[in-house]
Ligand binder design. Sequence first.
Ligand code: ASP
Length: 436
Amino acid sequence: MIVLKFGGTSVGSAQRMHEVAQLVSFSEPKIVVLSAMSGTTNSLVEIANYLYKKNNEGALDQILNLEKKYFDTVNELYKTDEFKAKGKELIQSHFNYIKSFTQDMFTIYEEKAILAQGELISTALFHFLLQEQGIKSALIPALNFMRIDKDNEPDLFYIRENLQREVKEQEQQSVYITQGFICRNSYGEIDNLKRGGSDYTASLVGAGINADEIQIWTDIDGMHNNDPRYVENTHPLSHLSFDEAAELAYFGAKILHPSSILPAKLANIPVRLKNTMQPEAEGTLISSITGTEGIKAIAAKDDITAVKIKSGRMLLAYGFMRKVFEIFEMYKTPIDMITTSEVAVSLTIDETQNLSKIVEELQKYGSVEIDENLSIICVVGNFIAESKGYALKIFDALQDIPIRMISYGGSKHNVSVLVNTSDKKAALQALNEKLF
Ligand code: ASP
C-alpha cells in the first residue's frame, strides 16, 4: 500500500482534481489523503472570526461567496447530470451546516467543526469524481480513526487499530480516500492537527497502515537547497535523510509540515516529495539512508524572538538551567536555539503568547532582555565529526552579516545562526554563493 497526499493547490480547481484522479489511477491499492481546496481553510477561519465577533452578516457574506465557488466547481468537475446533482446536494448540505452557526452560540468547538468542512467537502467531491470515472474507491472518514490525546499528540495505537479496521471493512478498493488535517480529540470532539496538518495526517496514516511509501504531492519539485523566494537558481535535492529533512522542515522549508517526518522515521517508511504540475520530475526522497557527507541545504525561519537571562547566580551553580527550562515548560513554549556563557544564557522561541508571563518568572533569576524580529538561518547536511572546514566556510560567507547567536554541534546535521530578519535575504544569498 502507498499513501499519497495532495495539498490544497493540487486539488484547487476542477481541472486539478482531474489531474489528481489521473495520478492515482494506477492499479496498486493506495490511500489518498486530501487537503481542502486552496483558500478554503483561510475562508473558514475568516467566517469563524466573524461569528466570534457576532457579525453574522459578514459571516453570511463570506459563506455565500465560498458556496458559490463550490457550486461553480461542481459544474465543471462532473460530466453527467447525475453527478452534478450529487455534487450540488453535497455542497448544499455542508453549507447549510455552516450557515446554521449564524444562529447558535459560537465557541472553539464550533470553530473546529467549521474548519473541518473544507477537507470533508474536497474528499467527498473527489470520491464522486472517481465513481463517475468508474474507479473503485471508498471514503474512509478521518474522524473515525485519527485521534489526538489530551496533550494534543496523536494516539498512535488508536489510529493504527481503527484505520486498519476501516480499510478492512471496505476490501478490494483501488483508492481509499481520507481527509487530511482533521481528527478527534480525547473528548471525541472534532479537532485538527493545526494548519498545514495534512502532511502530518499522511505520515500518521502511512505509519498506521505500514505503507511502503508516503508521497507528498505539492506544487514544487521537491525540497530545494535554498529558499527559492529569496535566492535564484536553487535546485531540488534528490535525497535527504529523515534527520536532515526534519531539520529543514522545522527551520523553514515550507514544503513539508515539521511534525510529519517523525511518524515516518519511526516506522522507517520512505517519504517522497513530488510535484503535481510535473509528475515526471524525480522529486526528493527522504529515507533512513544518510547519504553523502557535506552541506546539502539552507533554510530560514522567521518571527524568532531571543530571550537573554543574565545572572550572577549562574556562576558555578548547578540547577540554574533546569529552573530556566521549567519556566518555558510551564508555559508550553518550545525553545529552538540555546547558547550559554558563564554569566548568561540566550535562547530563542517562536511562540510568544506567554512571553510576558515567562519574563516575569525569569526575572526572579536575573535580568532579562528580549530581541524581536530575528530569523534562524539553518545550514543542513551531513557533517561527520572529523570533517573540518564547514564552520569556516559558513562564517566566511557571513562575514558582513551581524550574527546574534550560533548553534553548532547539537547534531551532525545542523549549524544554525540567528540574524536580524532584515539581513536574512543577504545571508541566504551569501551562503548560497559560498557553499554551493
Ligand atoms: N487545509 C488545512 C490548512 O489549510 C490543512 C492542510 O492543507 O494541510 O491548513
